[in-house]
Design a protein around this ligand. Structure first.
Ligand SMILES: [Zn+2]
Length: 755
């Protein structure tokens, strides 16, 4: 809706610039306009209110029935590895009309929308923002940026808005666009604070070419009054009745929340206008040389893009699904490997997971960009990519929380606010939804007589978590099941809203809100985090300002998760405690949902990091553990590295990967029924792993046991059996939940039909 308004306004202003066909748009909320008001001064007495164009407040939360996809229900499978083409065609035929409609709208949108100047993305520098007055430095004009976050306390240098010193109608926040700009709109938000409630109810807008003479923004013959906010958090868009070319823009509050004062966060929408007299005007917009599909992809568009990548590169790609969201959207994974669909002996498995917080949308787009990029560069014969794809099995999950993303996407990158779409449809924060295995291990260590006897890895999922009524999201269940099926070695979990890489543990000991909580692999995790952070162009830029209120540059843009803030039940901790996989969290950008115009720059910021991080899966030692007699691989052998209190286990074929920094290591391998084997393995500086194979000899007792077993008794490692059992239980309860939900839907449908 707000898009078409902008369309109309731009058409009127630019006259013949745009295709006349667009004027059949019948939006009537704007009166007939003239652009002949450049001489009007701010002293115009009469004023007319411009209605806010934000519809997020009055849009009811869709019910489950409204949002249900036609073919999503009823075919729940835990690991549906069916090719995408089949089922997407079914769905596509249902939605074909809707889809062409969508793409038409999309085309119009990108053609005519003016992007944000970048108060939120920090593209607009602090020096470009001025104000009539401000209460103190922490509430200065540079804090008047959309979605900026304050610290816990008020009163420090980093509060959550610009706040004027005086409560009168002469206060303003001014932005210098640095170039002639076609201003089209203002987005306003109140102050971010736990303690203070402040927002602006109505405001005027003034424009200037020199910041001396100001012109009021008019609505016909009257000065326009814009509707501002009704609460501190919801961003509200105000479109200028007549888009106007100028260099400077002022937001001039008129009324504000009665118990508060004049505080606001803002974004300005405007298109760069070519100006031959401006020497900076011809500056090239920063972008990317890679011709990738840079736009926000909703669920259908994401699926389409993934499908197009498999069509472009059928030999190295495969799409599979690992489950479904609560609303029935599939969790699609793109596999990229020289032998898709197969685990090859000794080849490590890597994954990127994006979008577990649905509104942190950049990761999703970067992962989609990465698919396209890997496919094309592989075809071109880019040696680095060919090597990566040949030696690694890469899995890319662009959207772990598609329901949340769709919610944020509907509001759009500027109006989704800071939290809309973060949680799953059921309201679950997926990054707190994994079983907390840390405390189970720590408790066991505390009560154990001999600490070294307590398992330091493969901690089983606790009983309570596998119950059918446990608050476990289907998205979480799907990812756990995926983690248990594939012997992942390395992963990163892509988030947004900050610029920092965090590494486990995320959960602190003894429930401390904030405390450095290192794992036994702290050195390697710090290396991993550093690899990403130091190659990321945004993070490593020494001139960048901090995103919100925390200065991660002081720590080279990496931090232990617990040292930032404790997160019990995080995906990273679970991955490390329950499987062999090492995982870090990347906070990709200050802005959780960057505007489409930022996507090429963000790709450039992250391209090298995404590649070099994947290459880290080829570090440390790897090898195959075999039975000396039969030469068969031994599954579930335990690989212990001396002085590293975290073991890992071999995969089905006996292959293993142990990530380690350069150094000399004493490695002990042990498996049930075998004599342990010891080797010294050296890891060098070169970017490939040291091969350390082991052959194990069966113990006589084991042989005896096996002979006896032929008579009917089957000895088993109790711990492993327990793990398998619980896993099976979790799957069974997932299935039961899905069946129950299905039958409820059928019942509801019947009821609806009979009513
Ligand atoms: Zn997040």
């Amino acid at each position: 809706m707000e898009r078409s308004l902008c369309t109309l306004a731009a058409v009127i202003f630019l006259g013949g610039f745009f295709d006349a066909a667009l004027t059949d748009n019948t939006t009537t909320e704007i009166n007939s306009l003239s652009n002949n008001n450049t001489t009007t001064t701010t002293t115009t007495a009469e004023s007319v209110t411009v209605q806010p164009q934000d519809h997020s407040r009055d849009r009811p939360t869709p019910t489950a029935a409204q949002r249900k996809l036609p073919t999503a229900a009823g075919r729940d499978k835990q690991l549906d590895t069916k090719n995408i083409s089949q089922d997407s065609e079914e769905e596509e035929s249902n939605n074909k009309e809707e889809e062409t409609d969508d793409s038409k709208k999309e085309a119009k949108k990108t053609e005519l929308d003016c992007p944000p100047l970048g108060l939120e993305s920090l593209r607009v520098d602090d020096s470009q923002i001025q104000a009539s007055s401000y209460q103190r430095t922490g509430l200065g004009p540079h804090r008047g940026r959309l979605n900026i976050q304050s610290g816990i306390e008020d009163g420090d240098l980093y509060d959550g808005a610009w706040c004027a010193e005086y409560k009168d109608q002469h206060q303003w926040l001014e932005v210098d666009a640095m170039h002639l700009t076609l201003f089209t709109g203002v987005i306003l938000q109140g102050r971010n604070s736990i303690w203070s409630w402040d927002w602006v109810l109505t405001y005027k807008v003034q424009l200037s070419n020199d910041s001396v003479t100001w012109t009021a923004c008019m609505n016909g013959t009257k000065e326009a009054i814009f509707e501002g906010n009704q609460n501190p958090e919801t961003p509200v868009l105000g479109l200028l009745p007549v888009p106007t070319v100028a260099r400077f823009i002022r937001i001039n509050p008129q009324t504000w929340y009665s118990n508060g004062t004049i505080c606001l966060r803002a974004e300005i929408l405007g298109c760069h206008v070519d100006d031959p007299t401006d020497i900076y005007s011809s500056e090239q917009e920063p972008g990317s040389k890679d011709a990738l599909d840079f736009r926000q992809h909703n669920y259908k568009e994401m699926r389409k893009l993934m499908k197009s990548v498999t069509e472009e590169c059928p030999d190295i790609t495969r799409i599979y699904t690992i489950g479904k969201s609560y609303m029935g959207l599939k969790l699609y994974v793109m596999e990229i490997s020289d032998n898709p669909g197969k685990h090859e002996l000794g080849e490590p498995e890597f994954r990127y997971v994006a979008g577990m917080h649905g509104n942190e949308a950049l990761g999703r787009e970067l992962v989609l960009n990465l698919m396209q990029y890997l496919c094309r560069e592989y075809k071109k014969g880019n040696q680095r990519i060919v090597r990566l794809v040949t030696e690694t099995r890469i899995h890319l999950l662009p959207s772990m929380n598609p329901d949340g993303y769709e919610e944020a996407y509907k509001k759009g990158s500027e109006l989704a606010g800071w939290a809309d779409g973060r949680h799953s449809f059921e309201g679950i924060d997926l990054n707190h939804n994994f079983p907390d295995l840390n405390n189970i291990m720590w408790d066991a260590q505390e009560t154990a007589a001999d600490k070294s006897k307590v398992s330091n890895h493969y901690i089983p999922i606790p009983e309570y978590y596998t119950q059918e009524d446990a608050m476990v999201a289907p998205e979480t269940r799907a990812v756990i099941s995926w983690m248990q099926d594939i012997p992942f070695v390395l992963s990163a979990n892509l988030h947004g809203g900050e610029l920092v890489v965090t590494y486990p543990f995320d959960c602190t000991r003894d429930w401390a809100p904030q405390e450095d909580t290192p794992t036994a692999d702290d050195a390697f995790f710090r290396w991993l985090a550093t690899v990403y952070a130091s190659t990321n162009l945004a993070m490593s830029n020494p001139h960048r300002r901090l995103c919100h209120y925390e200065d991660f540059q002081a720590y080279n843009n990496i931090i232990n998760g617990g040292a930032w803030h404790t997160v019990p039940g995080s995906m990273n901790d679970f991955s490390y405690m329950h499987t062999n996989c090492f995982e870090v969290t990347v906070e990709l950008s200050c802005d959780k949902f960057p505007h489409v115009s930022e996507l090429p720059i963000e790709w450039e910021n992250n391209k090298e990091s995404l590649l070099v991080y994947m290459e880290q899966v080829h570090r440390g030692i790897k090898g195959v553990i075999r039975d000396k007699l039969t030469k068969q691989g031994i599954v579930n052998a335990v690989i212990k590295v001396e002085d590293h209190d975290h073991d890992i286990r071999s995969a089905t074929d006996g292959d293993y990967w142990r990530l380690l920094n350069p150094g000399e290591y004493k490695v002990v391998v042990w498996a049930e029924g075998y004599f342990p084997s010891v080797r010294h393995c050296r890891v060098g500086m070169e970017p490939h792993p040291t091969i350390c194979d082991f052959t194990l000899t069966k113990t006589p007792i084991q042989r005896l046991k096996e002979i006896r077993a032929k008579g009917g008794k089957i000895p088993q490692d109790l711990q492993l059996r327990l793990r398998a059992l619980r896993f099976r239980k979790l799957r069974a309860s997932t299935k039961a939940i899905n069946q129950r939900r299905m039958s409820e839907r059928v019942k509801q449908a019947r009821k609806a039909r009979s009513a």
